[in-house]
Write a protein of this length. Sequence first.
Length: 527
Amino acid sequence: MEISKFEEYRKKWRINEINGKWENFEPDSNRWIEYTYSDDNVIPKDYWDYMNSKNKAKVVKFPTVFDGEPELDCKPPEAIPFPIDALPPEIKDLCIGGSEAFKIPYEFFAVPAIVAAATAVGSQYKIAVNKSLSTEAVIWACLIANAGSGKSPAQSIAFKPIEVIQKDKIKEYYDALSEWDKEKQEYEIEKKLAKKNNEILERKEPRQPVMREIYTTDATTEALAVMLQNNPNGIVSVQDEFLRLYNSLDSYRNGLGGDLEFYLSGWSCKEHKVNRVSKSPLIVSRPFLNIIGAMTPSGIHQISKNNNTENGFLDRFLFSHPIDLGMMTTANDGIDQEIEKKYSNLIFALFENQNNNTLQTLKLSKEAKEEYHRYESQMKELAGTDEKKLSIYSKLKLYTLRISLVLHVCKNVRELWPETEVNLETMKRAIEITEYFRDQTKRIYYQIEKPELDKDLERAIKILKKRASNGEISRRTIQLYSKKKKDDLDDFIEYMIEKNFLKMKDAKMSGGSKRITYLVNPSIYSM
């Protein structure tokens, strides 16, 4: 058969030049799939022989000397889905509507919305298990996602009602400042007149108003302390660059300053004193400080290099690293306005509750307390004697109470006859949400604390996929792209051989030096 007559067969069969295997084109799926030749094969034999002969010189089949898949233990555990049904209806609808509109994960809305709701609840509520265990609704959370994935726009939507309230507070402040200025002038006139007439002025000097700030995007601990003094109900620090906050703790004081202690006091709502240069110290009696942060996945590795993960700061954060859905897409209509309105009204209603300035302590119902103690025992068993788990899980137990407090108050603002105790259903929902964050924290710390060689395996896969030629790679190529020094390179290659990534092929003398070549496990290419 002439070669020109093979054209119709080329549209149906071909040889994959990478692995030397025959493939058949499937019109329905519009793709090539592996095809095995046999006696009843429909490929004409002369075309079969011709193609095999033609490709024999350049087709190199992958070696079959590897037993099984590479041992890739550098992947974090599979994540559990976010428990969207455990959220208050207004927040749940915002998450679903936002996710559908922008094609992004629920968590992008859920996490900042939980922090926003906790900020609106403020310091006037506490939840108590018994006389010795109580806590406020302080929540620190951090979203981890790639740039352009949509976490910032989602956070802006979740914090929109807080920004509205902040603008109202600013207007109230300037109105009060204008009124104070008039009263101050009147007072000064009366003061001079009283002095002239040798009289005692009964009128007291008017007190200058202070701005009640609710959130800040960038502030020193001293500035935060002033804000907390001026607003005892609490504030939220919005950190779009979480690493900037993390790396700045005591950065100008060689780790000996009070920044870390200030934040830890804010998380626990414990009195804290801030010393100031040439000024009297600031004392904040019950600091209520929430934090919402964000960073890219590369930030996890930067934290791991910091060698400063044992100070308890990170242990207090609820991390969320959702599945990457790629770049956010812009919706034509955005989120339904009614959904945003209901969510905003919830946050507004929570803030209105702050006006009575009365500390309220909520208790657990008998069933809710039993459920909490059951979960507490479960966490104790899971932590065992591991120091890191004991530290993290002790904070997560408190977060269960804090989240149940937020859920309870969110429910109560909608009720004509609010419940006086946190019930069993609310506690179960809080545990669901805490379990999600426990799973996420486990995944994040796995990446922070895993051995350096396991981190190297991730880079090794990229190198082998891109640089290996015909199933082989030289020692020199590995060294060039891994940027390892000689001793580290030996350990790295030995580790890859141990993990079934590589096998030694040969070592030849070339130009006075030894050229070592390794076979690459073909399973690498499907990772």
